[in-house]
Ligand binder design. Structure first.
Ligand code: ADP
Ligand code: MG
Length: 688
């Protein structure tokens, strides 16, 4: 739509910037279109005052000064001083890093200038150290008041980014309103253009951290865009029919499992069979606690589809999990004669061959990460998409998969050959209440696996202070157990323990070859070989990031240590804990906390000790949310939302739902609304 085009045009249409800066902006704001910058919100403020009598340590002082004289120091260790006058007051501008030549050029004696920077009172009078603004005196009025501070990236200064955003505001026309006025009035919403302006012009810190009218409007719009997309997905699905698929036993009948399916697994499969046998495309979520046995349900469903001549896809959020599923499925299908392949973002060597094989149906079952979603990947006749750990994926990613199938299905000339709209089966260990599910994923059916396989062990959970780490590590070393030791970060950080440092420490207590490190930044072959070694008991202690959090299934490991447990959310702690207790030995989860522990943190640790019930924990998790100290927000299932992080905004979701039902979903305005928020999708490759 013409009236909105400028929002999606490159910033360079409005501001002159170098290619280098453009790169930085892309990195920082996720894109270089006007809208990308407008939706890059300040995260803090800076007060600049002109009041020399009343400024605080946090403020910057902006003054019009006259340059009196320079005081070059004798040695390099001394600062360079420029003595200036502000009215009757004499003050010093101080530089530790300087170039005399440059100083003379910037501060010519007798010149009147505007300077602004951190100021302090000393015995020698007021000093401004390394002012960040030195400019013409007439500009002083622009450098007083509250200034927005933006999240930045190395190489990009707040000054540059602020300048670019300010110039955009000056250059663009007013953004036309896309929500009808009566709805705005009914729900007491301010205009989008006003909201965007207000967010970039905060008056106090409260404007940054609280749900102001401006932030509320934008959060609602984002939720609206999400809702509209969901409805559109749903409508497309409903417009089309899927092929009828009935289990014929050619593959499922020959499958030999090392165990008997539980009652819940069987009833889950019955639900799925019914869905597949109908021409209404399946849209089902299988909920089941960690270790409930969802993989095998997915696998049998895929076999039913494959034995009917269709392809199946298993989409997972991490490469490690993809490799594990791939090898599990390979083992299970050894004598079934089906062609299984794996596709990862980091492994492109065989890609062109794989693309061919998918197009001509040589690959029947594809396991992979979001790499599968890339544009050049097409299927001959995709019949089933399984999304494992579904809460890790966003709406757009689902939409992409479905579109893929339409491309090779409905719209193709071989309509009759294809699977039409594919069936979607989502798996999740993080149960979310129904209302939220609808808000997040639209209308879907749910099957639940309540009972776990019989031999599942109870996991004893204990808490330990990190001050007792020597004692703990020595004890663990003596045990004949395999241990996971999870740290929140990869590299050294000020506040959190990293895998590298912890591994060095543990190497002193365990004998070195017993210990290995694992994190998401490693090459896939490396990760794979470490996981294999751990599986084959060549490694005793695996120091890892949360990259092992989802899905990893290594039954012989029976101890899980989670460092900084006080900083993880309940759902995530429970997922991590679920990595153990899969074998025949007693299992333990040790929550290692670093003081200080917040009140909510302590409550979480206590809940973890008290229960192993994932459903209960997930309910409690929702109640405890909104505490700002949680790591790994992606567990929430709302990872694709930037402005409307669910926890605080349940009421907003309700409002968004009401508005959506009064909107014309086919209008150009709704299309604009969706486009405005369409960048917002997490790249799942960053996990771990
Ligand atoms: P999740 O539901 O967390 O994805 P998995 O599918 O990874 O759980 O299953 C966990 C483990 O339980 C696997 O080792 C799997 O082989 C095993 N398992 C699954 N179903 C059964 C069953 N009915 N009886 C015994 N073990 C089972
Ligand atoms: Mg799983």
């Amino acid at each position: 739509m013409k009236a909105y085009d400028f929002l999606f045009s490159p910033v360079t249409d409005f501001v002159k910037i170098s290619d280098y800066t453009i790169k930085l902006i892309k990195k920082c704001c996720g894109g270089c279109r006007v809208i990308d910058l407008l939706l890059h919100f300040p995260s803090s403020i800076q007060n600049r005052t002109a009041d020399v009598d009343n400024f605080s340590d946090k403020d910057k002082l902006t003054l019009v000064v006259q340059v009196l004289r320079h005081m070059a120091p004798m040695g390099r260790s001394q600062p360079y001083k420029v003595i200036v006058a502000a009215g009757t007051l004499e003050l010093q501008i101080i530089f530790f890093n300087y170039n005399v030549h440059y100083m003379r050029k910037v501060f010519p004696i007798g010149e009147t200038l505007c300077v602004s920077g951190n100021a302090q009172r000393t015995i020698g009078g007021i000093q401004i150290v390394h002012p960040d603004i030195v400019t013409q005196a007439s500009y002083a009025k622009y450098h007083v008041g509250i200034e927005a501070i933006y999240p930045l990236t190395a190489g990009l200064s707040n000054k540059t980014l602020s300048y670019i955003i300010a110039t955009i505001f000056k250059s663009i026309p007013e953004i036309p309103e896309y929500i009808p006025e009566d709805l705005l009035n009914e729900y007491k919403l301010i205009k989008f253009s006003e909201a965007i302006w207000a967010v970039h012009h905060p008056k106090s810190m409260a404007d940054i951290i609280s749900m102001t009218d401006a932030r509320k409007r934008i959060a609602i719009d984002e939720l609206l865009a999400n809702q509209i997309r969901l409805r559109q997905i749903r409508e497309t699905i409903n417009e089309h029919k899927s092929k009828i698929i009935r289990e014929n036993g050619q593959l499922t009948g020959r499958l030999k499992l090392p165990f008997q399916l539980t009652v819940d697994q069987v009833s889950c499969l019955n639900d799925i069979k019914k869905d597949l046998a109908s021409t209404k495309p399946m849209n089902r979520l299988v909920q089941g606690d960690v270790g409930a046995g969802k993989t095998v349900v997915a696998f049998i469903s895929m076999l039913m589809v494959i034995e009917n001549g269709f392809q199946a896809v298993l989409l997972v959020p991490t490469e490690i999990l993809a490799m594990q599923h791939y090898s599990t499925l390979k083992n299970l299908s050894e004598n079934l004669g089906i062609n299984i392949d794996i596709m990862l973002g980091s492994n492109r060597r065989k890609r062109s061959l794989q693309i061919e094989d998918l197009k001509n149906s040589n690959i029947q079952l594809l396991v992979g990460t979001h790499a599968i979603l890339e544009d050049n990947i097409e299927f001959a006749n995709l019949g089933l998409v399984v999304i494992d750990e579904q809460h890790r994926f966003g709406v757009l990613q689902r939409a992409k998969l479905i579109r893929k199938c339409q491309n090779n299905g409905i719209n193709s000339t071989q309509k009759t050959e294809s699977g039409g709209v594919p069936n979607v089966l989502a798996m999740s260990a993080t149960p979310i209440p129904r209302t939220l599910l609808l808000g997040c994923y639209g209308d879907l059916d749910v099957s639940t696996i309540k009972t776990k396989p019989a031999r599942r062990k109870h996991i004893e959970t204990m808490t330990f202070s990190v001050s007792k780490i020597d004692e703990l590590a020595t004890k663990l070393q003596k045990l004949d157990s395999q241990i996971y030791w999870v740290c929140p970060v990869i590299e050294e950080s000020e506040t959190l323990m990293d895998v590298t440092t912890r591994c060095e420490y543990l190497n002193n207590i365990f004998s070195a070859p017993e210990v290995s490190i694992l994190h998401g930044k490693m090459k896939p072959q490396e990760k794979n070989s470490i996981i294999t070694d751990f599986k084959n008991k060549k490694i005793k202690l695996l120091v890892s990031t949360t990259v092992i959090e989802v899905g990893i299934d290594i039954p012989n490991a029976n101890i899980m240590v989670i460092e900084h447990a006080e900083r993880f959310g309940l759902a995530q702690l429970h997922q991590l804990r679920g990595r153990v207790g899969r074998g025949t030995d007693a299992a333990y989860c040790i929550l290692l906390y670093h003081n200080p522990v917040s009140k909510i943190g302590a409550r979480r640790l206590q809940l973890m000790r008290e229960t192993n019930d994932g459903f209960l924990l997930s309910e409690e998790d929702l109640k405890l949310r909104g505490a700002g100290d949680i790591l790994g927000k992606e567990q929430s299932g709302f990872n694709s939302l930037r402005f409307s992080e669910f926890a605080d905004n349940y009421s907003l979701l309700t409002v968004a739902e009401k508005i959506v039902s009064s909107l014309d979903l086919k209008s150009d305005n709704t299309a604009v609304l969706c486009d405005i928020f369409s960048r917002i999708e997490n790249d799942t490759s960053v996990f771990g």
